[in-house]
Design a protein around this ligand. Structure first.
Ligand code: S3P
Length: 171
Protein backbone atom coordinates (compact mmCIF):
# COMPACT_ATOMS: atom_id res chain seq x y z
CA UNK A 1 0.00 0.00 0.00
CA UNK A 2 1.51 3.33 -1.01
CA UNK A 3 1.78 6.33 1.31
CA UNK A 4 -0.53 9.35 1.31
CA UNK A 5 1.63 12.47 1.62
CA UNK A 6 0.07 15.81 2.48
CA UNK A 7 1.75 18.95 1.20
CA UNK A 8 0.95 22.65 1.31
CA UNK A 9 1.85 25.93 2.93
CA UNK A 10 2.57 26.36 6.66
CA UNK A 11 -0.75 26.51 8.52
CA UNK A 12 -2.79 24.71 5.84
CA UNK A 13 -3.60 21.93 8.35
CA UNK A 14 -1.35 19.09 7.18
CA UNK A 15 -0.82 17.74 10.71
CA UNK A 16 -4.40 17.93 12.01
CA UNK A 17 -5.93 16.71 8.75
CA UNK A 18 -3.25 14.01 8.53
CA UNK A 19 -4.10 12.68 12.00
CA UNK A 20 -7.80 12.50 11.11
CA UNK A 21 -7.06 10.91 7.76
CA UNK A 22 -4.80 8.26 9.29
CA UNK A 23 -7.45 7.37 11.88
CA UNK A 24 -10.20 7.08 9.28
CA UNK A 25 -8.03 5.09 6.85
CA UNK A 26 -6.53 2.84 9.56
CA UNK A 27 -3.00 3.95 8.68
CA UNK A 28 -0.05 5.04 10.78
CA UNK A 29 0.53 8.81 10.90
CA UNK A 30 3.96 10.46 10.65
CA UNK A 31 4.56 14.18 10.99
CA UNK A 32 7.75 14.90 9.04
CA UNK A 33 8.80 17.84 11.24
CA UNK A 34 8.44 15.72 14.38
CA UNK A 35 10.32 12.88 12.69
CA UNK A 36 13.21 15.28 11.97
CA UNK A 37 13.09 16.72 15.50
CA UNK A 38 13.22 13.27 17.07
CA UNK A 39 16.15 12.20 14.90
CA UNK A 40 18.05 15.42 15.58
CA UNK A 41 17.11 15.58 19.27
CA UNK A 42 16.17 19.23 18.93
CA UNK A 43 13.34 21.48 17.76
CA UNK A 44 13.16 22.74 14.15
CA UNK A 45 13.72 26.29 15.43
CA UNK A 46 16.93 25.16 17.17
CA UNK A 47 18.14 23.40 14.00
CA UNK A 48 17.65 26.64 12.03
CA UNK A 49 19.35 28.65 14.76
CA UNK A 50 22.34 26.37 15.29
CA UNK A 51 22.99 25.02 11.79
CA UNK A 52 21.02 27.24 9.39
CA UNK A 53 18.26 26.54 6.90
CA UNK A 54 20.41 24.69 4.40
CA UNK A 55 21.36 22.00 6.98
CA UNK A 56 17.68 21.72 7.89
CA UNK A 57 16.82 21.17 4.19
CA UNK A 58 19.37 18.33 4.02
CA UNK A 59 17.83 16.72 7.10
CA UNK A 60 14.41 17.18 5.55
CA UNK A 61 15.57 15.52 2.34
CA UNK A 62 16.99 12.59 4.30
CA UNK A 63 13.60 12.26 6.05
CA UNK A 64 11.82 12.28 2.66
CA UNK A 65 14.02 9.46 1.37
CA UNK A 66 13.48 7.38 4.50
CA UNK A 67 9.72 7.93 4.62
CA UNK A 68 9.29 7.30 0.89
CA UNK A 69 10.86 3.90 1.55
CA UNK A 70 8.04 3.00 3.95
CA UNK A 71 4.56 1.75 3.02
CA UNK A 72 1.00 2.53 4.07
CA UNK A 73 1.65 5.73 6.00
CA UNK A 74 -0.13 9.07 6.10
CA UNK A 75 2.68 11.64 6.09
CA UNK A 76 2.31 15.34 6.86
CA UNK A 77 5.26 17.01 5.13
CA UNK A 78 6.86 20.27 6.18
CA UNK A 79 5.68 23.29 4.18
CA UNK A 80 9.00 23.66 2.37
CA UNK A 81 9.57 19.99 1.54
CA UNK A 82 7.60 19.93 -1.71
CA UNK A 83 9.28 23.06 -3.04
CA UNK A 84 12.43 21.01 -3.73
CA UNK A 85 12.51 18.77 -6.79
CA UNK A 86 14.67 16.15 -5.05
CA UNK A 87 11.90 15.65 -2.44
CA UNK A 88 9.13 15.57 -5.05
CA UNK A 89 11.16 12.93 -6.89
CA UNK A 90 11.42 10.83 -3.71
CA UNK A 91 7.63 10.34 -3.52
CA UNK A 92 6.39 10.96 -7.06
CA UNK A 93 4.96 7.98 -8.90
CA UNK A 94 5.07 5.70 -5.85
CA UNK A 95 2.95 7.62 -3.33
CA UNK A 96 -0.18 9.81 -3.50
CA UNK A 97 0.77 13.47 -3.07
CA UNK A 98 -2.17 15.55 -1.84
CA UNK A 99 -2.09 19.34 -1.76
CA UNK A 100 -4.17 20.98 0.97
CA UNK A 101 -5.21 24.18 -0.69
CA UNK A 102 -6.02 27.05 1.68
CA UNK A 103 -6.26 30.73 0.63
CA UNK A 104 -3.59 33.11 1.89
CA UNK A 105 -5.97 35.23 4.00
CA UNK A 106 -6.99 32.15 6.05
CA UNK A 107 -3.33 31.08 6.42
CA UNK A 108 -2.44 34.58 7.66
CA UNK A 109 -5.23 34.42 10.21
CA UNK A 110 -4.14 30.97 11.43
CA UNK A 111 -0.46 31.96 11.74
CA UNK A 112 -1.01 35.42 13.22
CA UNK A 113 0.37 34.52 16.64
CA UNK A 114 2.69 31.69 15.61
CA UNK A 115 6.17 31.72 17.13
CA UNK A 116 7.35 28.25 16.12
CA UNK A 117 8.15 28.75 12.42
CA UNK A 118 11.62 30.26 11.88
CA UNK A 119 10.79 31.58 8.39
CA UNK A 120 8.01 33.76 9.80
CA UNK A 121 9.84 35.32 12.74
CA UNK A 122 10.40 38.69 11.11
CA UNK A 123 8.88 42.17 11.30
CA UNK A 124 7.54 42.05 7.72
CA UNK A 125 5.83 38.71 8.40
CA UNK A 126 2.70 39.41 6.27
CA UNK A 127 4.70 40.46 3.24
CA UNK A 128 7.14 37.55 3.64
CA UNK A 129 4.22 35.13 3.84
CA UNK A 130 2.61 36.57 0.70
CA UNK A 131 5.85 36.37 -1.28
CA UNK A 132 6.56 32.81 -0.19
CA UNK A 133 2.95 31.72 -0.77
CA UNK A 134 2.87 33.13 -4.32
CA UNK A 135 6.19 31.56 -5.16
CA UNK A 136 5.31 28.17 -3.73
CA UNK A 137 1.69 27.64 -4.83
CA UNK A 138 2.47 26.78 -8.49
CA UNK A 139 5.20 24.39 -7.34
CA UNK A 140 2.83 22.59 -4.93
CA UNK A 141 0.17 22.42 -7.66
CA UNK A 142 2.50 20.78 -10.12
CA UNK A 143 3.89 18.33 -7.53
CA UNK A 144 0.46 17.14 -6.33
CA UNK A 145 -1.51 14.21 -7.73
CA UNK A 146 -4.66 15.55 -6.07
CA UNK A 147 -5.63 18.99 -4.74
CA UNK A 148 -8.24 19.24 -1.98
CA UNK A 149 -9.55 22.37 -0.27
CA UNK A 150 -8.37 22.62 3.34
CA UNK A 151 -10.86 25.33 4.33
CA UNK A 152 -13.28 22.98 6.06
CA UNK A 153 -12.87 21.12 9.39
CA UNK A 154 -9.97 18.61 9.59
CA UNK A 155 -12.39 15.66 9.66
CA UNK A 156 -14.40 16.83 6.63
CA UNK A 157 -11.15 17.54 4.78
CA UNK A 158 -9.91 14.02 5.64
CA UNK A 159 -13.11 12.53 4.13
CA UNK A 160 -12.73 14.76 1.06
CA UNK A 161 -9.20 13.38 0.56
CA UNK A 162 -10.38 9.76 0.85
CA UNK A 163 -13.16 10.46 -1.68
CA UNK A 164 -10.76 12.18 -4.07
CA UNK A 165 -8.32 9.25 -3.88
CA UNK A 166 -11.18 6.80 -4.50
CA UNK A 167 -12.51 8.65 -7.50
CA UNK A 168 -9.01 9.05 -8.95
CA UNK A 169 -8.66 5.25 -8.68
CA UNK A 170 -11.89 4.54 -10.56
CA UNK A 171 -10.92 6.81 -13.49
C1 S3P B 1 8.70 25.21 6.74
C2 S3P B 1 7.55 24.71 7.29
C3 S3P B 1 7.50 24.07 8.60
C4 S3P B 1 8.89 23.50 8.99
C5 S3P B 1 9.93 24.55 8.84
C6 S3P B 1 10.02 25.10 7.42
C7 S3P B 1 8.62 25.86 5.41
O1 S3P B 1 6.53 23.01 8.61
O2 S3P B 1 9.20 22.39 8.20
O3 S3P B 1 9.64 25.58 9.74
O4 S3P B 1 9.67 26.07 4.75
O5 S3P B 1 7.49 26.18 4.97
P1 S3P B 1 4.92 23.29 8.66
O6 S3P B 1 4.47 23.43 7.25
O7 S3P B 1 4.41 22.06 9.30
O8 S3P B 1 4.71 24.50 9.44
Amino acid sequence: MNNIVLCGFMGCGKTTVGRNLARKAGRKFIDMDLYIEEKAGMKISEIFEKFGESRFRDMEHEACLELADAEGLVIASGGGAFTFQRNIDAFRGKDKIVLLDVPLDIIKQRLKNDTTRPLLQRPDKDEAMRELYEKRLPVYLSAADITVSGKSTPLKTAYAILNAIDSAKSK
